[in-house]
Design a protein around this ligand. Structure first.
Ligand SMILES: Cc1cc2nc3c(=O)[nH]c(=O)nc-3n(C[C@H](O)[C@H](O)[C@H](O)COP(=O)(O)OP(=O)(O)OC[C@H]3O[C@@H](n4cnc5c(N)ncnc54)[C@H](O)[C@@H]3O)c2cc1C
Length: 439
């Protein structure tokens, strides 16, 4: 790190690599780079890493093979998913590969500490306000100073200022959740090894969830574009028989005794992976829209992309090459090869799900409860890479005939799916509208 002086007298910190955002992807990348001798500067607007916590923490067990996760950060495993659709029909899905529920705050801080120990430099409580190009360098202006780098990495989430400075911006939905403690052991309203997904036209941009965290703590939340708090309250009262306000007040007249411990929320980018390599700049994680549009989950995809990012950055520094072409070849190309088709499939499914009507839900729940489909779900369902399962389902004549009827009603989805499959979005215009309903 050098200290330069601009003509204005402002001190400029020069660094080989600057990472904006010290959350999951920023810390993971900073740590991988530090193990390879590259000491990035990480600029994070919050004073504490991992807070505020905006994640439900459920992730496929694949993540344990991709990155090291100490046992103490695993709250538990979820062996069954219960999928509810309107009309209170439920499909129980068991997978061989039980997802894990992780302690996101702990894990973010773990990578932060490991990265710091290996030489990464953290600037906490420092917000990036402006990014400009200065010849071959990026000038990054923060609340405390100015930084200069040839390699800028945007790990700053759905509203990434780094992505915006490269001309990219995302559409997003808002996730809101409460952490609850269920006090009455005798009559637990939910189970410690089952996660619930509730689909409903009122929050058809995604779904509502109940995710266990240990045996008596649960995260209850949902995602929507508008009226998120109202919709969460509607879901909470239909699921638990009391409103959030009644639970907060500790209404003793109700049968279930629930404590609301925390309310958190955050943005989830909607779309599929954007262009993620530019001259002297790469985007990673939510900033690159490396998020599954069906679930809003981004941890597995960003873990995979972080390894490609680290490799590309090492090559870039070794060969002193920072061009868009070089980074596209060494970062964007492997990301596209491994992730693009999957993320596109998730996005097409997400678009389709947002247009479902009651008759579609009832067909899908009947279809999903057939014995042979349940067997496929057990053997082939994969919450990250669903292609194999989708191909299998498309061999079923009853499913194909439903898809044809559905597309006949929504011909726009056919065009959107085709365009999605052949392009990589470069701006918000390339993303199609998710249907949004009032509460
Ligand atoms: C309610 C909710 C539930 C979720 N549940 C799950 C789940 O169960 N499983 C799953 O896999 N994923 C889940 N996700 C998604 C997951 O949380 C994200 O994919 C993941 O956090 C992305 O990490 P990231 O580091 O790319 O971005 P973020 O976690 O968004 O981090 C961005 C960081 O950049 C910082 N930052 C932003 N702007 C600036 C700036 N200008 N200057 C300095 N710092 C800045 C922020 O403070 C933040 O620390 C959920 C998301 C939400 C909102």
């Amino acid at each position: 790190m050098d200290l330069d002086l601009l003509g204005t007298g402002d001190a400029i910190t020069t660094s080989n690599v600057i990472i904006v955002g010290g959350s999951f992807s920023g810390n993971l990348l900073a740590w991988i780079l530090a193990t390879r001798g590259i000491h990035a500067h990480v600029l994070e607007e919050h004073k504490r890493v991992g807070l505020p916590m905006e994640c439900a923490g459920i992730v496929s067990s694949k993540i344990c093979k991709l990155i090291p996760i100490p046992r103490k950060f695993i709250h538990g495993r979820v062996s069954t998913a219960e999928i509810y659709v309107p009309g209170d029909m439920a499909i129980k899905v068991r997978t061989r590969d039980a997802p894990v529920v992780i302690d996101r705050t702990g894990l973010d801080d773990y990578y932060h500490e490991m990265a710091k120990r290996k030489g990464a430099v953290y600037h906490l409580g420092e917000r990036v306000n402006k990014i400009t190009r200065d010849g071959e360098y990026w000038l990054v202006e923060t609340s405390r100073g100015i930084y200069k780098t040839q390699m800028l990495v945007g790990c700053d989430g759905a509203k990434s200022i780094v992505a915006r400075s490269a001309g990219m911006n995302h559409d997003f939905i808002t996730g809101k959740q409460v952490l609850i403690h269920v006090k009455d052991d005798a009559d637990k309203p939910c189970s410690a090894n089952t996660c619930e997904l509730h689909f409903d036209p009122r929050w058809n941009e995604l779904f509502a969830w109940v995710i266990p965290r240990g045996s008596s703590y649960f995260r209850v939340g949902l995602c929507a574009k508008f009226y998120v708090a109202t919709k969460l309250n509607q879901f909470f009262s239909s699921r638990f028989g009391l409103t959030l306000e009644e639970a907060r007040r500790g209404d003793r007249q109700k049968k279930i005794s629930i404590d609301i411990l925390k309310t958190t929320g955050g943005l989830i980018p909607v779309g599929h992976m954007h262009q993620c390599a530019f001259a002297g700049m790469i985007l990673l994680g939510d900033a690159a829209c490396q998020v599954k549009a069906t679930t809003g989950g981004g941890l597995v995809m960003s873990s995979l992309a972080a390894t490609y990012a680290a490799r590309a950055i090492c090559k870039s520094l070794q060969q002193d090459k920072y061009s868009k072409k070089f980074l596209a070849r060494h970062y964007q190309k492997p990301c596209r090869r491994q992730l693009a088709l999957t993320l596109k499939m998730h996005y097409i499914l997400h678009l389709g799900l947002s247009y479902l009507e009651d008759s579609d839900y009832s067909f899908l729940s009947r279809f999903g409860t057939q014995a042979h489909v349940r067997k496929w779900l057990l053997s082939a369902a994969d919450m990250d890479f669903p292609l194999k399962f989708i191909l299998r389902v498309f061999l079923e004549p009853s499913f194909i005939s439903w898809v044809i009827r559905f597309l006949f009603r929504n011909p726009f989805l056919l065009v959107a799916s085709f365009k999605t499959l052949v392009t990589l979005p470069r701006s918000r215009k390339d993303i199609y509208p998710t249907k949004t309903n009032p509460p």
